[in-house]
Design a protein around this ligand. Sequence first.
Ligand code: PLP
Length: 363
Amino acid sequence: MKVRFLNLSVTDPDERKAFHQALDNILDHGLLVIGPEVERFEESISRYTSSPYAIGVGSGSDAIFLALKALGINVGDEVITSCMSFVATANAISLTGAKPVFADLGEDLNIDPDSIRSLITPKTKAIIPVHYGGLMADMAEIQKIADEFKLQVVEDASQAFGATAGGRYAGTLGDIGAISLNPMKILAGMGEAGIVLTANETLRLKLETLRYNGLEDRKLCRWPSTNARLDTLQAAFLQYRLEQVNDLIQKRREIASYYRQSFGHLVSCPKDIEERKHVYYTFNILTEHRDALLAHLTQNDIESKVYHPIISHEPAYKQAECRTTNANKLFAKKLAIPCHEKLSDNEVQFVVDTILQFFENHE
Ligand SMILES: Cc1ncc(COP(=O)(O)O)c(C=O)c1O
């Protein structure tokens, strides 16, 4: 049996039918750019997350970049973010001309608020917490720091669509929320896509302008920007998937709970915190035996991954200001194992048995 880390093929016949129908509708109406499907999807996201505004964009990378542009982040500014994320978070900061500053992690793999405090300088303008692996960062503490130092907050909720903190959805607690909807994500397009959330009407108008080359009413260029509009076909696919997303999250939560119950005494598993509901974009275990376990899983045809790297270790960010002491320790123990809605019960059981078998010799 081969257990895949992710399976992006579309196997559900109802889903395939809905996608073909969506394509047919678009071929019929011919409104290919910002067609009615985009507005409908934005409204649906707005309802789902209770965010007053949702603006469809081309990708999660675009979402973060446009969020920072909308907040006026510029050359000479500093933006503090988590040292562990997909590199797109840092790249978006760099592309504004600002300097990314990398904060250390807490035990939950999220940005450590104390580390943020220690990195604030007069140039600091914003914080980007990344809700890592599907669990929200400590937004209450981060907002406290932001209020104290008058900083803006952009949540990178790319890995946490549907996660909540105190009942509020990821992406709706900061000034702006940026979410990737690429094919690997919890709410997944069939190609590149993203969404930006905000409760501020001025920011919403600015974001809508920025996503199309800074053009107001598609005429007057107000700010230099790029073309980062959500594709109409992706909006239609995503609309269908949004209707299924709660079931998908539930399935992941059930697998996570079974994993915790089966081998939570042998490795550190993501915690099930009532106040911060996880969506298990990745199920990251921590173990001193990481490399040997990875080899054992690979031998048994179970795909698992050591990612994401610490960004300040990337060649592009070697010179960056950073605190990574705890992150280095956590990274050495971290392994993401398969935890997705397409896993069969047999596959889940095989993952459990294989891990238990490994620990018979590695207590
Ligand atoms: C935390 C995080 N931020 C940003 C991105 C970038 O999103 P996209 O691939 O849609 O540009 C990703 C996606 O991989 C991500 O995981």
